[in-house]
Every structure is written in C-alpha cells, then in structure tokens.
Design a protein around this ligand. Structure first.
Ligand code: PGA
Length: 256
C-alpha cells in the first residue's frame, strides 16, 4: 500500500512571524501522525526559519518553484542548490498558477524537474486541465501532453523521487472540487500512462496527489479512492486546524 502524502502549498501567504505561528500550532496538532508524510511549502522567504522550527518534527519542507540554472545573473530567481541549502527536500514544479501567470511551459517545467533532480530535490509535478478543456472532453489528452513534456528524458530511477499532483485548474481556489469519481478517473489514467512510459512497478509506486479545494469535509472521500495517494492543499493549509484535519483524514485511511 502506498503511503499518503499531504503537502501544503502556502502560495504567496504568510510573513516570517505568521509562518512561525502557524508552524508552531501545526507541529503540536500533528505530533501523533506516524503513517502520513507531511510536507510544508512556504514562500522562499520563510524556508530557513520554517526548517529550523521543523528540526525535531515529523514534517518535511518544500519550496514552491525554482529556476533551472544553479546560479547566475537571474534577478529575482532562486536555484535548486539554494533551496537545498535551506534544508528543503521537495519543490513544487509546474503549478497551474505559474503556467498561467508566469508563462511556464512543458519545456521549462522539464528543465526545472531536471535541475531539481540533479541537485537532490524531489519534485512535486503539477498537471491539470482547464474548465474549457474538460468541457471539450480533452482532459486526458491535456494531462498526457503535460506529463510527457515534463518527463522527457526522465528515467525510471528518477521517477522514484517524483510526486505527481493532479490539479484540475477549475477546482483550484474555487471551492469547486472534482468529485471523487472524476478525480479517480484521471488518477487511474495517469497511473496507466506512467506504466506505459516506464514500468508497472514505477506506476504502482508513484505517489499521485489530488489538488483543488481539498477541505476537511471532502478529504476522506477523495483520499479513499484507490489511485489518490494524497493531497496538495492550498487554502485549507493556511490554518493549522483545517490542515491537521486533512492530515488526520489521510492517517485514518491508512488505519483501515
Ligand atoms: P486550493 O489550492 O486548495 O486552494 O484549491 C490547491 C493548489 O493550488 O495547490
């Protein structure tokens, strides 16, 4: 059985002092969690302080983005080695907000994935269709294009270090969640595609998270689907109460 992995994408929220307060509260609420992997992805400005607060905890740290060059004259960007130096082990890559507002393409996502892996970071690769694409019946085609583009040149060994997050764009921050059946359908499709691109064992092991308005009241049903191995949570991860409730739902699934 695959481990459930719950990641919190803070997006552009929380100052340094807000971050400290949230992490202290959250640590307390999840200290009994042993089966679920928990990852926090705060803004880059909070990585170092959050890492020091997580030192003796069961929570891992991730960044939200990187630039593919290791260093150089790229004002405003941060690189994989810089993220590693904060203590983070994960990085979200290809989030739909970055594709939409910062012109990320499958090619740049691919370069970012390669840079993350080269420097020992575990990418959380986001894919997902827009509403018009779902309505046009091309969800699978879109997701397949994003995955094959992002994974070009990535080996089966590399895949052991990658998490995929399926996030239908129409469900992000809208309060509209995909139904567990809609989500499961795409997750099963992704797993089948990974088996075709790599091997059955790769597909069997890979963690595929669902993201898009995951809340305490819908988490259990989503996480109960056979191919949904976790959640990438936005809005509901900004309060310790709601994020820990989602983590508790994941833990509960593994006790069944
Ligand atoms: P949401 O965000 O939970 O606020 O919909 C999810 C995400 O963008 O990762």
């Amino acid at each position: 059985m695959r481990q459930k992995v719950i990641a919190g994408n803070w997006k552009m929220f929380k100052t340094v002092s807000d971050a400290q307060e949230l992490v202290r509260e959250l640590k307390d609420k999840v200290q009994h969690i042993v089966k679920t992997k928990i990852i926090l992805c705060p803004p880059a400005t909070n990585l170092t302080i959050v890492n020091s607060l997580l030192a003796d905890s069961n929570i891992k740290l991730g960044a939200q983005n990187l630039f593919w060059e290791p260093e150089g004259a790229f004002t405003g960007e941060i690189s994989a080695p810089m993220i590693v130096s904060t203590g983070a082990q994960y990085v979200i890559i290809g989030h739909s907000e970055r594709r939409q507002y910062f012109a990320e393409s499958d090619d740049t996502v691919n370069m970012k994935i390669k840079s993350a892996l080269k420097h020992g970071l575990n990418p959380i690769l986001c894919v997902g269709e827009m509403l018009e694409q779902r309505e046009a019946g091309i969800t699978e085609q879109v997701v397949k294009g994003q995955l094959t583009g992002a994974l070009a040149g990535i080996t089966a060994d590399d895949m052991e270090n990658i998490i995929i997050a399926y996030e239908p764009v129409w469900a992000i921050g809208t309060g509209k969640t995909a139904t567990p059946q809609q989500a499961e359908e795409v997750h099963a499709f992704i797993r089948k595609l990974i088996a075709e691109l790599y091997q059955d064992s790769t597909a069997h092991r890979i963690i595929i998270q669902y993201g898009g308005s995951v809340k305490p009241d819908n988490a259990a049903e989503l996480l109960g689907q056979p191919d949904i191995d976790g959640a990438l949570v936005g809005g509901a991860c900004l309060q310790a109460e709601s994020f820990s409730a989602i983590i508790a739902a994941a833990e509960e699934q593994q006790n069944i």
